[in-house]
Design a protein around this ligand. Structure first.
Ligand code: TYM
Length: 311
């Protein structure tokens, strides 16, 4: 059976961009693959330095995964930091690549372009992500467009390692769905925690309504482009074009319709989420991490032998 793996950072509450870009495609494919979903807590450490918040986010994201339809009996759900083989392999990969190779990373370049200080963790980030993917012989990685380059990095490093030490890693392929590759935020730019333009996935109805009501609209246009772009994730184009034709220029009505459509999607997931306790979420992670660790450690035994550190 082919293998599917993806990960999300627990750096804040998940938003609908995370859902449509990664979680929903994962859920749709999960049954056809041997599937693994990871909480990328060491990746979150590149931007989050509040231990209490990180702890809460990890448990919260585990609940989000289950509520979004990922069955922990069928998919492994685990926490990256529980499997130290990830950071170990990332180090080995870092020793195989050059600084200019890593300087091409968009995530790093964007931060530097904004005048922000990038830590060395952010610089080496693609190598940790490559380790996440390659440790499990992953075939397919469902992600949003912003992560495409990172999967390319994983392919490149797999080839570099295989070239240096012999056939070890399988080249993975990204799965980026057209139409949801870049979900726009309330300002029309890519929805992102770091831009503060998100619609929370598991917010209350009021929180979702507040975010939708603040979607920026062009007062001259008949159809509010930014509202439509998000609406198109939830409804068939034919239904939407009728709705938007009948309500030309009525932004409030259209935003209210969008709130109801998001609510129809989220309400059942939200009530499932409310029924999951912190203890349930932690138990799922514990069991998942044990399974992941067993796989990762046998792969790493082979890697250590190949690079010459196992005597
Ligand atoms: P992260 O946590 O930034 O985002 C998680 C997933 O959500 C997708 N996404 C979006 N998709 C469409 N439109 C948007 N506006 C949008 N915003 C976010 C992202 O593309 C991603 O798929 N490095 C990764 C986490 C990671 C990972 C991995 C992923 C770590 N190891 C291994 C796959 C495999 C990240 O920071 O995603």
């Amino acid at each position: 059976m082919q293998k599917l793996l993806t990960g999300l950072q627990p750096s804040g509450a998940l938003h609908i961009g995370n859902y449509f870009g990664a979680l929903k495609p994962f859920v749709e494919l999960a049954y056809e693959y041997e599937s693994t979903l990871m909480i990328a807590d060491y990746h979150a450490l590149t931007s989050l330095r509040n231990p209490r918040e990180l702890r809460q986010n990890i448990v919260s994201v585990a609940k989000d995964y289950i509520a979004a339809g990922i069955d922990p009996q069928k998919s492994i759900i685990f926490k990256q930091s529980d499997v130290p083989e990830h950071t170990e392999l990332a180090w080995i990969f870092q020793c195989l690549v050059t600084v200019p190779f890593l300087e091409r990373s968009h995530a790093y370049k964007d931060k530097v372009a904004k005048g922000l200080e990038a830590n060395a963790g952010l610089f080496a980030y693609p190598m940790l992500m490559a380790a996440d993917i390659l440790l499990y012989d992953t075939d397919v990685v469902p992600v949003g467009e912003d992560q495409r380059q990172h999967v390319e990095y994983a392919r490149d490093i797999a080839a570099k390692f295989n070239n240096a030490y012999g056939e070890t890693f399988k080249p993975p392929k990204e799965h980026v769905l057209k139409g949801v590759a870049v979900v726009p935020g309330i300002d029309g730019k890519k929805m992102s925690k770091s831009y503060g333009n998100t619609i929370p996935l598991f917010g209350t109805k009021d929180e979702i309504a507040k975010a939708v009501m603040s979607i920026i609209t062009d007062s001259k246009a008949e159809s509010p482009e930014n509202v439509y772009a998000i609406h198109a994730l939830l409804k068939e184009r034919d239904d939407l074009s009728e709705l938007y034709k009948d309500n030309k220029g009525k932004y409030k009505v259209l935003k209210e319709a969008l709130i109801e459509d998001i609510e129809a999607l989220v309400a059942p997931m939200r009530s499932l989420r409310d029924s999951i306790s912190d203890a349930d979420a932690k138990a799922v992670l514990k069991e998942g991490s044990e399974k992941a660790r067993a796989r990762a450690s046998s792969k790493m035994a082979d890697v250590r032998k190949k690079i010459g550190v196992s005597l």
